[in-house]
Write a protein that binds this ligand. Structure first.
Ligand code: NAD
Length: 262
């Protein structure tokens, strides 16, 4: 029997990277899926159709910009209407910007806080009433090793991820007797477009070549000297979504190649 038979999941940031890997893993384990994220509409439709065909599940897409509270509320409503309920809420939408604090563009700082942190509040706020009614819920926020430790030039991102962990712990306590768990998954460096895109700015901020950024900044932090894979993160999300994880709540599940053990 598949672990998520009869379950439904809303996964933000699932047009790319970690969110997409989680949506795929959940659909393959029997869940119906609402995808969300930015991107080229034709590419998103191709991704949606392929996942529906290979999994045999209902796979839908609703656009919603994570900087817009009313669009987030509509996304939750659309998911409840079209899939019947939300059992699992995964918040993986996120952006990064690398810059010394004194040069950090104000709009970038605000956008990182809005997308990586505040949208987690709007999603949870809208989804919890339905989960409470069903007596079941799994809230999984994709934080980062940067929820536990800092790195220079990432002030907005580190602030957002520390905040997301604090938010998640708080709602775990509030919902502890409702059959709803809330946890963070905190990956180290995973090779996705988000990491690739920060290499040019890091080259500039640290005056390094691309290879130096990969070995002396990114993989330097990880004792394993390997990127975490999106499939490894998806496997952890699958565990947190499963019935076996009913007592795991308020946790920060680090999957960081030993980074934060140092
Ligand atoms: P990615 O760039 O591949 O995916 C990010 C997703 O977020 C995309 O689907 C994108 O469309 C969506 N998104 C961005 N802005 C949005 C907005 N305004 N509204 C709606 N959707 C929006 O990146 P990823 O590496 O898969 O990152 C996913 C999450 O994992 C992020 O929260 C990131 O901080 C976290 N994370 C990534 C790494 C890593 O090394 N890649 C490490 C730790 C944590």
């Amino acid at each position: 029997m598949m672990a998520l038979n009869g379950k439904t999941a809303l996964v933000t940031g699932s047009t790319s990277g970690i969110g997409l890997a989680i949506a795929k893993a959940f659909a393959q384990q029997g869940a119906d899926i609402m995808l969300n994220g930015l991107g080229d509409p034709a590419e998103i439709e191709a991704t949606r159709a392929a996942l529906a065909a290979e999994s045999g599940r209902k796979v839908l897409f609703t656009p919603a910009d994570m900087t817009r509270p009313e669009e987030i509320a509509n996304l939750v409503k659309a998911t409840e209407t079209s899939l019947g309920k939300i059992d699992i809420l995964v918040h993986s939408a996120g952006i990064q910007h690398v810059s010394p604090v004194e040069d950090f563009p104000i709009e970038k700082f605000d956008a990182i806080i809005a997308i990586n942190l505040v949208s987690g509040f709007h999603l949870t706020r809208a989804a919890v009433p339905g989960m409470k009614k069903n007596g079941f819920g799994r809230i999984i926020n994709i934080a980062s090793a940067h929820s536990a430790v800092a790195s220079p030039f990432k002030s907005a991102y580190v602030a957002a991820k520390h905040g997301l962990l604090g938010f998640t712990k708080t709602i775990a306590l509030e919902l502890a007797t409702s059959g709803i768990t809330a946890n963070c998954i905190s990956p180290g460096y995973v090779w996705t477009p988000l990491v690739e895109r920060q290499i040019p700015d890091t080259m500039k901020a640290r005056n390094m070549t691309k290879d130096q950024v990969i070995s002396e900044v990114l993989l330097k932090a990880q004792p394993t000297k390997k990127f975490v894979t999106t499939d490894e993160v998806a496997a952890l999300a699958l565990y947190l979504a499963s019935d076996a994880a009913a007592s795991v709540t308020g946790a920060n599940m680090l999957i960081d190649g030993g980074w934060t053990a140092e």
